[in-house]
Write a protein that binds this ligand. Structure first.
Ligand SMILES: NC(=O)c1ccc[n+]([C@@H]2O[C@H](COP(=O)([O-])OP(=O)(O)OC[C@H]3O[C@@H](n4cnc5c(N)ncnc54)[C@H](OP(=O)(O)O)[C@@H]3O)[C@@H](O)[C@H]2O)c1
Length: 293
């Protein structure tokens, strides 16, 4: 079983979870009616089942992942397990960042997921016109007050915006999900990691394997050899060994899922943690995909 991270405020989340973003969803970002590959559904469903049987409990989706399609695939899987054993996250898109639109969007997500509550609701990005931080904050609070959502958080927020929204919500912002891995170091370079650690906010890293690219890193493979581990395991362990850092990876491949789960029992020495922090080659101080807002 994957260990949990717990904040001082009592929020608890598995350190390692399964993401549901697919590269092919890029094709229907502009066309919500675009067809989704049914074979991908079958592979993803098998991956979810394998992950659950192997002890994974956190499943991370979003309205924008196929405009409800991902939530429906996850919902079918959830209907076959005891809902209370799963931790389900979804993310609100840009068009639903005030009280009425956000509650309506969450109602739709709950219908897609076949459940009556979310463990965690995240803003997918910082609000933009016609919405504001104030309207988004009151939307998040309304979802908690209505009993639709247990916990609230954000994605891709820099420290300034994170502080701003934390002051506006009545309920605590417990987590910030950002692009962070051995290569992409914006969370460190910008001071966000320190801010989260000091303010009882979990930083959850997305794209922890850089889409699988880290599995080919000779630098990580050399370190992995000292532990009879793999490069991907080292990349994940480097994240979850940091203070209040969790992560979500995506895989439909049972061998990769088993391999990645090995990261939870891999303990890197402080020397190797520092070696990766300081010397991993080709580090980027800003995300090339979604820079912090
Ligand atoms: N909040 C946001 O803005 C945001 C943005 C992006 C992503 N996310 C979340 O973060 C999750 C994870 O990020 P991601 O899916 O973009 O990237 P990722 O987890 O770094 O990479 C996923 C890719 O890595 C491959 N992979 C997994 N384990 C492997 C291993 N041991 N060896 C080799 N390849 C491996 C997978 O292929 P196989 O299926 O073949 O294993 C898949 O193609 C997403 O699914 C999503 O839930 C959030």
């Amino acid at each position: 079983m994957v260990q949990a991270l717990t904040t001082k405020s009592g929020f608890s989340i598995p350190a390692l979870g399964m993401g549901l973003w697919r590269k092919s969803y890029k094709n229907n970002l502009l066309d919500p009616a675009a067809k989704v590959d049914a074979q991908e559904d079958i592979r993803e469903r098998a991956g979810l089942e394998h992950a659950y049987e192997s002890g994974m409990r956190l499943f991370d989706t979003a309205v924008m992942y196929g405009w409800g399609h991902s939530e429906r695939v996850l919902g079918e899987f959830l209907s076959d397990i005891d809902r209370t054993t799963a931790f389900v996250t979804t993310k609100i898109w840009d068009d639903a960042m005030d009280e009425s639109t956000m509650v309506a969007s969450v109602d739709k997500s709950l219908e897609n997921l076949g459940t009556d509550y979310l463990d965690l609701l995240l803003l997918h990005r910082a609000p933009s016109e016609p919405f504001s931080m104030e309207t988004a904050a009151s939307g998040l609070d309304a979802c908690v007050s209505a009993g639709l959502v247990k916990n609230i958080g954000v994605c891709n927020f820099g420290s300034e915006k994170l502080e701003q929204i934390s002051k506006l919500t009545e309920h605590q912002i417990v987590l910030n999900q950002v692009h962070y891995n051995v290569k992409v170091r914006e969370a460190q370079a910008s001071g966000l990691l320190d801010y989260c650690s000091a303010n009882d906010v979990i930083l959850q890293a997305w794209r922890p394997l850089a889409y699988g690219v880290v599995s080919e890193s000779d630098f990580l493979a050399d370190i992995a050899a000292r532990y009879e581990a793999t490069a991907s395991q080292v990349a994940l362990a480097w994240l979850i060994q940091q203070h209040q850092v969790a992560t979500v990876f995506k895989s439909d491949n049972p061998d990769h899922i088993d391999e990645n789960l090995g990261a939870v029992s891999l303990e890197l020495s402080s020397e190797d943690m520092a070696l990766i922090s300081n010397e991993f080659p080709g580090q980027q101080a800003v995300s090339d995909t979604v820079p912090l807002a």
